[in-house]
Design a protein around this ligand. Structure first.
Ligand code: CO8
Length: 303
């Protein structure tokens, strides 16, 4: 609950984290600073596991929320806390995001968070989705998505916020913003992130048709940057990270900000209105009906 309250409050996670780090400052007097940093950033919460290698400055975040790493409010809260912790630790320069679940990177937003929930709860959920996007899209760290499974909708969005995307070359996997297939509409900042990656026309087709691309199709349109055999996704991400970290941080960070700031500012300035839009859209009877049908289709497909 304290974590969720932090997400809602004005000073947000930074406030909570600075409280936490000031609480632990006594411990640092008698313990090696390297050990403290490692302890601080190697964490296993129930849905996210972080391994931080102090010697390389690279953290690997494993999403481990069965069965499909869907982005629930609890998941997003833990995820954001962990990203912010790494962001605040200036010895952490790179973040690789991957999945511990077989066959799935992330199934996107948890549909159960949008179905049959109160407007207040929907608003809280949407703020957490925005927070995840803002944290990742504006991160000073080099971020690489090691996409070792399917990555529809919000999973694709999470990948798109990264600086580089490496996907498993397995034709059974797919990636894309398929919202229209659920009868819902990707908001403007999902659209903007996709446009910034693959261009306007490709995004228009992709979003209107709710297209899910195979890895080779995704590579062709630039939705991912590299395909590798499934068992090489993480090692390739680690090698790629070394290349990116050879660029001086300040130059890369300023360049990243120059490319992304207008898109980030657009959501920041319209954040409350975007939450209101989401809540009034998602709670409509017709949209709830579409979501119910989609959930039933998912279950039937399984059976
Ligand atoms: N949320 C909640 N539960 C899910 C989700 C999800 N996104 N995806 C799958 N599940 C559930 C399934 O219902 C199933 O549950 P159960 O075990 O109770 O039957 C379980 O997870 C396992 O699913 P599968 O058997 O389908 O697993 P597979 O390994 O065969 O397939 C896939 C994995 C490919 C990820 C597949 O589950 C799938 O396609 N899922 C749907 C993905 C999807 O369409 N996500 C869209 C979410 S919407 C979004 O992210 C952006 C919304 C923007 C909102 C804008 C509004 C204005």
């Amino acid at each position: 609950m304290a974590l969720r309250a932090a997400l809602r409050s004005k000073c947000g996670l930074s406030g909570l984290l600075s409280q936490l780090s000031s609480r632990s400052s006594h411990a640092r007097v008698c313990v090696s600073p390297v050990l403290v940093a490692q302890q601080r950033n190697n964490s296993t919460s129930s849905k996210v596991k972080v391994e931080f290698d102090q010697s390389t400055g690279v953290a690997v975040m494993h999403m481990q929320s069965p069965p499909v790493n869907s982005l629930s409010l609890d998941f997003l809260t833990e995820f954001c806390i962990n990203v912010e912790k790494l962001e605040m630790d200036k010895t952490c320069r790179g973040l690789i995001i991957t999945s511990s679940q077989p066959k799935v990177f992330s199934a996107g937003l948890d549909i159960m968070e949008m179905y049959g929930k109160s407007p207040e709860r929907c608003g809280e959920f949407w703020r957490a989705v925005q927070e995840m996007w803002l944290k990742l899209y504006s991160s000073d760290m080099v971020t690489i998505a090691a996409i070792n499974g399917s990555s529809p909708a919000g999973g694709c969005l999470m990948s798109l916020t990264c600086d580089y995307r490496i996907m498993a070359d397995n034709p059974r996997y797919s990636i894309g913003l398929n919202e229209t297939q659920l009868g819902i509409v990707a908001p403007f900042w999902f659209k903007d992130t996709m446009v910034n990656t693959v261009g306007h026309r490709t995004t228009e087709l992709a979003l209107e048709l709710g297209l899910l691309y195979s890895p080779s199709e995704a590579l062709k349109i630039g939705l991912v940057d590299l395909l590798v055999p499934e068992d090489e996704v993480l090692t390739t991400a680690t090698k790629t990270m070394t290349k990116w970290l050879a660029i001086p941080d300040h130059a890369r960070q300023i360049t990243k900000s120059m490319m992304r700031k207008p898109t980030i500012d657009k959501l920041t300035s319209k954040r409350e209105a975007d939450i209101q839009n989401f809540v009034s859209f998602i709670t409509k009877d017709s949209i709830q009906k579409s979501l119910r049908m989609y959930l039933e289709m998912l279950k039937k497909r399984r059976g």
